[in-house]
Design a protein around this ligand. Structure first.
Ligand SMILES: Cc1ncc(COP(=O)(O)O)c(C=O)c1O
Length: 417
């Protein structure tokens, strides 16, 4: 690609990184299925271990297929560097643990993906780390939750399954005023709909399993570093050796050295290959999925058996205006939740569906449904389950199928409710 021409997102998602690669003209990254890489001389291997070359050593450290996707995702998220992981949860863990030490605190949205909630409130607690949970739309509560021990602020662009949309620019301003980085899980929006770094975020995380790969065939995660945060600030004095070596990429370097390598969070390159194929159609898929989501949301809202629908694309929704502003009128995401009268009604609907799939994923090109209360939250203590999940709620991830077929399937299943 002509380095001087600025191509649009959709074009870069397909073409960036391909031409000029040493892959015999391949239009997809080859799968480098090798655990380790041979070096002709002892000196070459030694220099690579010392970080003096960009060559590869061992798959747990780096791999050419993974690196292709890392560079592409960093670019698509307007970041400076990225590290891929074997899952979205590994990415969240790496992103946070790079910053946390025993006794530290951080502030996070109280509306979080279930495993993230569990990692923050149960697992991190074991290591003496405290998370302060706030309403993701309440800027005052963010400022009041910050104290000397706070290391970062953590948000989801669209919360799962709360469907709330925080004001990322305002959050970034408050975080920066306190010399703290803002970390954003951008999974439900994808960089096609929203690029948090352009709004001031410092670190962006994805479960690439979802919209980025888009076909339900690959598991993965990524941590993208904006490369803009000042890690030399006295608040992050423990970053000094990493700043000395890598300057503005101190965070990514530390994440790589301490967490990625030692926790062994590398993805298999086949997953990166599948994700790279999926990326080619990200914009196309999302346009269709978001349009379908609007149609389905209205269909459900008008249906007498449906008690409520939570979709940020409704004018009366608490996050409608934020979605319009933050997503620049491109859409409202492709996920929604809706409620039936009770858990039995939810089960009856799911059991009667013909085409729509009942499974624990989202962001697939296929339409998916799940009853979170009886599945993802089933082993949570009852009190917490009551607080976080609702037995009448169904989560609905809209795919690219013909919208009439999705509505017809829902309609015939709703008859039995
Ligand atoms: C918002 C969000 N973040 C992270 C994850 C975790 O991703 P993975 O399943 O790839 O570990 C999920 C999974 O559903 C998610 O919805």
């Amino acid at each position: 690609m002509d380095k001087k021409k600025i191509y649009h997102f959709e074009t870069r998602a397909i073409h960036e990184g391909l031409k000029g690669s040493e892959w015999e003209g391949a239009t997809l990254p080859p799968i480098f299925q090798t655990a380790a890489h041979h070096h002709e001389t002892a000196d070459s291997l030694s220099q690579t271990f010392a970080g003096q070359t960009q060559d590869h050593i061992y798959m747990r450290l780096s791999n050419p297929t993974n690196r292709f996707l890392e560079q592409k995702l960093a670019s698509l998220e307007s970041g400076a560097a990225a590290i891929l992981t074997g899952s979205g949860m590994a990415a969240i863990n790496n992103a946070c643990m790079t910053l946390l030490r025993a006794g530290d605190e951080f502030v996070a949205s109280r509306s979080l993906f279930m495993s993230t909630y569990s990692l923050f409130t149960v697992v991190f607690k074991k290591y003496g780390i405290t998370v302060k949970l706030i309403d993701p739309r309440d800027l005052d509560s963010l400022q009041s939750a910050i104290n000397k021990k706070t290391r970062f602020v953590y948000m989801e662009t669209i919360t799962n399954p709360g469907m709330e949309i925080p004001d990322l620019k305002a959050m970034a301003d408050i975080a920066h005023k306190n010399h703290l980085p803002l970390l954003v899980d951008n999974t439900l929006a994808s960089p096609w709909l929203c690029r948090p770094i352009e709004l001031g975020a410092d670190i962006v995380i994805h479960s690439t399993t979802k919209y980025l790969s888009g076909h339900g065939g690959a598991l993965g995660g990524v941590v993208v570093d904006a490369g803009k945060f000042d890690w030399s600030h006295e608040k992050f004095s423990d970053f000094a050796p990493f700043v000395t070596q890598k300057g503005n990429l101190a965070y990514t370097f530390r994440q790589f050295k301490e967490h990625h390598i030692n926790f062994g969070t590398t993805p298999a390159p086949f997953h990166s290959y599948l994700t790279a194929i999926g990326l080619n159609t990200l914009g196309l898929r999302l346009e269709r999925q978001m349009e379908n989501a609007k149609t389905i949301a209205h269909f459900l809202d008008d249906h007498p058996k449906v008690d409520w629908v939570n979709f940020p694309g409704f004018e009366g929704h608490i996050s409608y205006s934020m979605a319009k502003k933050q997503f620049k009128n491109k859409g409202f995401g492709a996920m929604l939740t809706f409620g039936l009268k009770d858990q039995e009604a939810c089960f009856r609907l799911i059991d009667k569906l013909d085409m729509i799939l009942n499974l624990a994923n989202l962001g697939d090109c296929k339409t998916l449904i799940i009853h979170p209360y009886s599945s993802q939250y089933v082993s949570f203590p009852q009190e917490l389950k009551n607080e976080l999940a609702d037995p009448t709620l169904l989560r609905f991830s809209v795919g690219v199928e013909h919208p009439q077929d999705i509505c017809d399937d829902l309609a015939q299943a709703l008859e039995t409710v």
